[in-house]
Design a protein around this ligand. Structure first.
Ligand code: C2E
Ligand code: MG
Ligand code: MG
Ligand code: MG
Length: 279
């Protein structure tokens, strides 16, 4: 009996694993097709200066319009793209789209922020795709900001620092994204002069917790001393915005101000009043 059960169970698991492998393979093929066709696009979420409500720039967020599944969020396909090596091509595509869109915005001070995954960063060619995207679109380097995460910094490699410095030498801005959720250590801030720290949404959400508030305060304090802009991510309510302002964050981003919007809508934002004061 036990033996038969065991056999059935293992057959069940094998079938489930086959299905998962098959599903993954299909998703990978679809992703390759999307890269070739027009299935990938950048949406843009405004980043606002808290003091004035003025739009500082936009963060590009990749979207995959799948023919049958609809909009697939990056949380689903970025990990797959990293495992399959497709991330380099996807990253280069979004980078070029973002630079082209930003170059067409009328305000010459608006920044476009592009996420670079740790896997993509470590591959050869990042510097080359940044240089060629800037050259091809004419976007000044100072208007491009690359968002990297702590995952990239924990390994503490000389190669990573060298690439960061080379990007910095081009004039590109570097932001530390999702600050606080990784093996967060303030010592990273000594190793490289970041232009911006983005405090992870989970800290904004959990601010009522005294230890969370204490961490946010120390990061903001350090940022102010080092002249680093501090952006609060995932601001969903008026109260959170007021709180982050009171704590000294200089910028904010979140559904309360605006969700990510398609490129045409971002262009309209960039053209309009250019402020998103929370009414
Ligand atoms: P992220 O860089 O931290 O981007 C912020 C995420 O929070 C976005 O999710 C955004 O839509 C979401 N968000 C913004 N405001 C709010 C809010 O008020 N509440 C909540 N609950 N969420 C908010 P999204 O677009 O699903 O992207 C998820 C992650 O995928 C990004 O996190 C980033 O790590 C990665 N990603 C997105 N686009 C790209 C890309 O082009 N390249 C790479 N390598 N990674 C990307
Ligand atoms: Mg980001
Ligand atoms: Mg973020
Ligand atoms: Mg985040």
């Amino acid at each position: 009996r036990a033996k038969a059960d065991g056999r059935n169970t293992s057959r069940f698991f094998e079938a489930a694993m086959d299905a998962a492998v098959e599903e993954r393979r299909r998703l990978e093929l679809d992703l390759r097709a999307a890269l070739g066709g027009g299935g990938l696009e950048a949406h843009y979420q405004p980043v606002v200066r808290i003091a004035t409500g003025a739009i500082r720039g936009f963060e590009a967020l990749v979207r995959w319009r799948h023919p049958e599944r609809g909009l697939v969020p990056p949380g689903v396909f970025i990990p797959l793209a990293e495992e399959t090596g497709l991330i380099a091509a996807i990253g280069a595509r979004i980078l070029l789209d973002a630079c082209r869109d930003a170059a067409a915005w009328p305000d010459p001070d608006l920044i476009v922020a592009v996420n670079v995954s740790a896997v993509q960063f470590r591959q050869d060619g990042l510097l080359r795709s940044v240089t060629s995207a800037l050259a091809e679109t004419g976007l000044p380097a100072r208007r491009l900001e690359l968002e990297i995460t702590e995952t990239l910094l924990v390994e503490d490699s000389a190669a990573v620092l060298a690439t960061l410095r080379a990007l910095r030498d081009l004039g590109v801005r570097i932001a530390l994204d999702d600050f606080g959720i990784g093996y967060s250590s303030l010592s990273y801030l000594r190793k490289f002069p970041f232009d911006k720290i983005k405090i992870d949404r989970s800290f904004v959400e959990d601010f009522a917790n005294p230890s969370t508030a204490a961490i946010v305060r120390s990061v903001v304090g350090l940022g102010l001393q080092l002249g680093i802009a501090i952006c609060a991510e995932g601001v969903e309510t008026r109260e959170q915005l007021a709180l982050m302002e009171r704590e000294g964050c200089t910028e904010a981003q979140g559904y309360f101000l605006s969700p990510p919007v398609p490129a045409a809508e971002a262009a309209a934002f960039a053209q309009g009043a250019r402020t998103l004061r929370a009414a």
